[in-house]
Design a binder for this molecule. Structure first.
Ligand code: PLP
Length: 395
């Protein structure tokens, strides 16, 4: 199908809730995507952090196909091998105690909030259900996770919003201390705010948060939907801060392209959910869990995560070394980088770069976000950086 036919069918039949770019992708290989007209693009976006091992990786494809031909789905009334293997690996890699599988980041965060509230209710009774989140955070699009998302611009249209949420500025220790009152059951943070503008939390802030939370028996939830699964150079971003959350949520890169989300809980929270209190028809789906097992096989290869960190550091240093007027700051960790722009709209820059064969993302008001596949090669990084440099030199 040619591009105009695809676009027309979308316009006539799909709900128009996305501002799509004028491209229809038809296949991908490694770090490259190909459109309906056969044009090649280098991907610095990974489908918003999903294609963690690139496109059509042979090991990942085999993990999926072997499972598709054996068993696509059974309900959670029965055991299957792929999810128990995945759960065992995730607890070992994270140091958490137990896992619940769902289908998306929002679903994982929704479940985390349920666990936090039930933990608090079981122990302290009613009146301790407030969730603290940070301004500029992003936690999902369901009613509760949208409310938890600390972006007032998104708190419109869908009234009434659920109660029991409050917001504080990231990296402000006194605001944090003031907000942790007796009605609070959990604080939920992203180690690096992704959608909000690639804004990392400071070490000292995260340490203070972990200490206060422990003292007050307020649960610490790390939303690792975007930062998790190797993205920042450690398996989970919180491990880079050397703190231990009570709950970790993840999704995106975990399945490498198939929909899977997970809630990981520590000892304190692992028995909060009991039969009948939570569930998900497609959660722990054998194909998605096999895809995630395939991703973990790759991420746990010796030296793989060190390489992610090194590649990210090199990218950051190269972009910083350009010292171009259009670039104000480069920040982030591993292969989750934000290029803050000066006098240039990120949306326009992303559209221009797409025409030049480089797929990038935006974040916040003024940031270009780079999330290449974790398997990207040095040569491919160089190619992408050349495109970025040529483009930004014009301003
Ligand atoms: N949390 C974070 C940090 C995210 O970046 C996202 C998506 O961008 C979500 C939650 C929501 O994930 P999903 O779109 O899979 O529901």
């Amino acid at each position: 199908m040619d591009f105009l036919t695809i676009k027309e069918l979308d316009k006539n039949n799909a709900i128009q809730n996305y501002g799509r770019y004028d491209v229809a992708f038809t296949y991908g290989e490694g770090s490259y995507l190909y459109d309906s007209e056969g044009k090649e693009y280098l991907d610095f976006s990974s489908g918003i952090g999903v294609a963690s091992v690139g496109y059509s990786d042979p090991h990942w494809v085999k993990s999926v196909c072997d499972q598709v031909s054996r068993l696509a789905h059974v309900s959670n009334l029965y055991y299957t091998e792929p999810y128990v293997r995945l759960a065992e690996r995730l607890t070992a890699l994270s140091g958490m105690k137990a896992v619940f599988f769902g289908n998306s980041g929002a679903e994982a965060n929704e479940g985390a909030i349920k666990i936090a509230r039930k933990y608090s209710y079981d122990k302290y009774g009613k009146g301790r259900g407030t969730i603290i989140t940070l301004f500029q955070s992003f936690h999902g699009r369901t009613m509760t996770t949208l409310t938890a998302t600390g972006q007032p611009s998104l708190h419109q249209h869908f009234f009434p919003f659920p109660k029991g949420h409050k917001y504080i500025m990231a990296n402000d220790q006194s605001a944090l201390e003031e907000a942790m009152t007796e009605d609070v059951c959990a604080v939920m943070v992203e180690g690096i705010q992704g959608e909000g503008g690639v804004i990392p939390l400071e070490d000292v802030y995260v340490h203070k948060l972990a200490k206060l939370a422990e003292e007050k028996d307020i649960l610490l939830i790390f939303d690792e939907v975007q930062t998790g699964n190797g993205r920042t150079g450690s398996m989970y971003c919180y491990q880079g801060y050397e703190v231990k959350p009570n709950i970790v949520t993840t999704a995106k890169g975990l399945g490498g392209g198939l929909p899977i989300g997970a809630i990981l809980t520590d000892e304190k929270c692992s028995c909060v959910l009991t039969p009948g209190t939570h569930g998900s028809t497609f959660g722990a789906n054998p194909i998605c869990c096999s895809a995630a097992n395939g991703v973990l096989d790759i991420l746990t290869r010796p030296g793989f995560l060190d390489e992610v960190k090194k590649k990210g550091d090199r990218m950051k240093n190269v972009i910083r070394s350009w010292e171009l007027p259009a670039i104000k700051e480069v920040r982030g960790k591993g292969l989750m980088l934000g290029v803050q722009l000066e006098g240039l709209s990120p949306k326009e820059a992303a559209a221009d770069l797409l025409k030049k064969g480089l797929v990038v993302l935006t974040a916040g008001q003024d940031v270009l976000r780079l999330l290449p596949p974790l398997t990207i090669t040095e040569e491919e990084i160089k190619q992408g950086l050349n495109i970025l440099h040529d483009y930004f030199c014009r301003f």
